[in-house]
Design a protein around this ligand. Structure first.
Ligand code: G3I
Length: 479
């Protein structure tokens, strides 16, 4: 492994005046920026991508391939310039679980351990993807066998990297290209498990690790108005409304030019209450055209507070998966390209991020255990709505439930669900609703965003509780 090189100044000091003002202003309000005073001389612009991104509370990462770690220039450039990493292939299902329930951690560990030792963030890529699957995942499997293989894979891999990985690409590239809004790519997952496999994967991921960011990652979702983008947008909106855990959307951003509405696209995802990360950026081209495209991408991200970081898909053009397009920031000899300077300048010009992204989405379940058979107790219709409660997971001393609230023949505007615990159960965490508890009586009212339900439609809320799993009778009323 290479040593950390001193940051190259790269001539950035021409921005010194601007930086002094920005940093001075930021120091008063932002703890994250305070740390900079120890790593940067007063008034200096950062001379590396990672340090420049950190000034606005973001990271700047790269994909790394374990097979190149014996190249000292590669490792030195990684260490010097980047403060986040994604394993290019080593964490994918095929490489990491080549035989069922037998894991090959070696190459991925090499990358992760190096990153952790340097204080870098790690993005986990990827848990459920139709490509690079091991051969033992095949169409001979039954749906329940595939489901249990998927849950086990997610659980084992996330457990192994718990505390080291910052965000996981839980599901990668599930949406179809060129289809209607919302159409998914046909894969073994859609064929065996139906479109709900995405939700199942996110729920399994949250059960495996309540403290990591869970991301949906895809390409060609950069244009705010494209059908594929709209499909992903609708899914995220639906997940947030129903309490399905999701924390971030990854825009891979393999392109020749960012679409003109790229920043608007980032902002529209962020407005749903998720982080946005640019996860696999590479821009084909050269010279000032390529540099301009990179600048626009960087500016689009830094303009949106919840765009929390950028990852480029490799360091040097010579080892890019699309090397013919020379799409990266360093040429084949690890020289900085014009695009590098454009990105560095744009990062240095960013104003500090005043909206640090919140913690992970709800539905914590710290005791992963096999799913129990769901039991459902319907309630009588007492007003314009009805509700059902379902046990979706249980473990010794606790359980997780989902409550579905359904409107009758007319729309509902606000709802209240009530029940009484039969055996001293207590809710430990509830999401997508507002609870009040009096002894064994529980009242849950809609959250601000899910009170309106169209006629015949439904919404859900969920909770984890202590005690024995129970499905009491629930009532639903609407004002
Ligand atoms: O490691 C084997 C080697 O042992 C073997 O001799 C050789 C023969 O072809 O293959 C090597 O594996 C290759 C692997 O990269 C490592 O170099 C695979 O064939 C090759 O398919 C694989 O390509 C990767 C590709 O994903 C797979 O779809 C690229 O490196 C990787 O950059 C690319 O990354 C994807 C993201 O995961 C998801 N988004 C798109 C992105 C670009 O395609």
């Amino acid at each position: 492994m290479g040593e950390i090189s001193p940051p190259a100044d790269g001539g950035r000091r021409r921005h010194a005046g601007t930086r002094r003002l920005l940093i001075a202003g930021a120091l008063g309000v932002l703890g994250t920026v305070t740390a900079l005073s120890t790593s940067l001389p007063a008034g200096a612009a950062a001379g590396t991508l990672g340090a420049a991104a950190a000034q606005s509370g973001r990271y700047f990462g790269t994909a790394i391939a374990a097979g190149h770690l014996n190249d000292s220039t590669y490792v030195a450039t990684w260490d010097r310039e980047f403060n986040s990493v994604t394993a290019e292939n080593e964490m994918k299902w095929g490489p990491i679980e080549p035989s069922r329930n037998s894991f090959n951690w070696g190459s991925a560990d090499q990358i992760v351990n190096h990153a952790v030792s340097k204080g870098m963030k790690v993005r986990g890529h990827t848990l459920v993807w139709h490509a690079q699957l091991p051969s033992w995942i095949n169409t001979n499997m039954s749906a329940s066998d595939l489901r249990s293989a998927m849950t086990n894979h997610i659980t084992q891999v996330m457990n192994h990297y718990k505390g080291k990985v910052y965000a996981w690409d839980v599901v990668n590239e599930a949406f179809a290209d060129g289809g209607s809004v919302g159409s998914l790519r046909s894969s073994i997952f859609t064929q065996k498990l139906g479109n709900g496999f995405i939700e199942e994967a996110f729920r399994a991921a949250r059960a495996a690790d309540p403290n990591v960011k869970l991301c949906y990652n895809d390409y060609n979702i950069d244009d705010a108005n494209a059908n594929k983008t709209r499909g992903v947008y609708n899914m995220v909106k639906d997940f947030k409304a129903r309490g399905v855990p999701i924390d971030c959307v990854g825009l891979q951003s393999h392109f020749g030019n960012p679409p003109s509405n790229y920043q608007q696209n980032i902002a529209q995802f962020a407005a749903l209450g998720v982080d946005v990360q640019i996860t696999e950026l590479d821009v084909g081209g050269s010279g000032s055209t390529q540099a301009d495209a990179y600048r626009r991408v960087t500016q689009a991200c830094t303009a949106v507070p919840r765009c929390t970081g950028i990852t480029v898909w490799g360091i040097t053009d010579k080892w890019s998966w699309r090397s013919g397009d020379t799409p990266l920031l360093f040429d084949g000899n690890f020289n900085k390209k014009q695009a590098y300077t454009a990105v560095l300048d744009a990062l240095n010009a960013a104003t500090p991020n005043t909206s640090p992204s919140p913690t992970t989405s709800p539905s914590p379940n710290t005791s992963p255990s096999p799913r129990t058979s769901p039991s459902v107790t319907p309630s009588p219709v007492t007003g314009a709505c009805s509700a059902t409660i379902e046990t979706t997971n249980s473990w010794p001393g606790g359980f997780q439930s989902t409550v579905t609230v359904r409107a009758g023949s007319s729309a509902v505007n606000g709802w209240t669900v009530k029940w009484t615990w039969p055996g001293g159960q207590t809710i430990s965490s509830l999401w997508s609703g507002e609870q009040s508890v009096s002894g064994s009586s529980v009242t849950v009212r809609n959250a601000p965003y899910n009170g309106s339900i169209a006629a015949g439609s439904s919404t859900t809320f969920g909770f984890t509780a202590n005690g024995s799993a129970a499905t009491p009778s629930v009532t639903c009323t609407s004002p």
